[in-house]
Design a protein around this ligand. Structure first.
Ligand SMILES: [Zn+2]
Ligand SMILES: [Zn+2]
Length: 217
């Protein structure tokens, strides 16, 4: 699988014109979006996270994934550590001692957050290995090759999907021994992204091929 990193943006608005942020008064790079909470354009914006009160994007995607991973692990650790006491209490016939309410609350909270974070990290891992952001799951990229916008093939192809290994290392870094540490070594500058030429090659000829030599009008 080969790739090419285009200098000009390859994504366009729904009407085929350049992506431009009127609030920041500047062109939007591919995959950048304006956050209405942070009031700035964020490179490769994933979503605005109310839990960390910040945007998740190119600059902090890795630490967000690790936040979910370690948080999830910690919740299940707390749940597993408090579960034996709870079972012991249930099996106690005499019920001669009061339940430790703090321990029960910890077990309940850890279980609920553990389930939520497990689902969340599963979803984000799925997006990560497909190189899709949360925003792109409901707002598909439109490439400036769209001659017939009604064609679902051209509109919904993800040209940024470079394969599982490549996508994973783009965010988590190329060195496996640093994957679990909050050291930001994601690849790329967040402005332009490699294009999957295999998918690009599968574009039907009648739809036209992307022309990366010029900027979209
Ligand atoms: Zn903006
Ligand atoms: Zn934001």
């Amino acid at each position: 699988m080969s790739s090419t990193a285009p200098l000009a943006p390859v994504t366009v608005k729904f009407n085929g014109t350049k992506r431009y942020c009127r609030k920041c008064n500047m062109p939007k790079p591919d995959r950048a979006h304006h956050c209405s909470v942070c009031q700035v354009c964020v490179l490769k914006m994933d979503h605005h996270c109310p839990w960390i009160n910040n945007c998740v994007g190119h600059g902090n995607h890795k630490v967000f994934i690790l936040f979910l991973f370690w948080g999830c692990l910690y919740c299940w650790f707390c749940f597993a550590a408090t579960l034996p006491t709870f079972i012991e209490l249930l099996l106690s016939k005499a019920m001669d001692r009061d339940p430790d309410i703090h321990l029960l609350f910890l077990m309940l909270a850890a279980g609920i957050f553990g389930i939520s974070l497990s689902v969340f990290i599963g979803f984000h891992t799925y997006l990560l290995i497909r190189n899709v952001t949360t925003i792109e799951t409901y707002e598909k990229n439109r490439f400036h090759t769209e001659i017939r916008p009604e064609s679902p093939l051209v509109r919904y192809h993800n040209l940024f999907n470079m394969g599982v290994n490549h996508n994973f290392q783009d965010v988590m870094g190329p060195r496996w021994h640093l994957w679990i540490f909050p050291i930001i070594n994601s690849r790329g500058d967040g402005h332009s992204f490699p294009i999957n030429t295999y998918v690009y090659g599968s574009f039907p000829l009648e739809e036209g091929r992307p022309d990366f030599s010029t900027s979209p009008e």
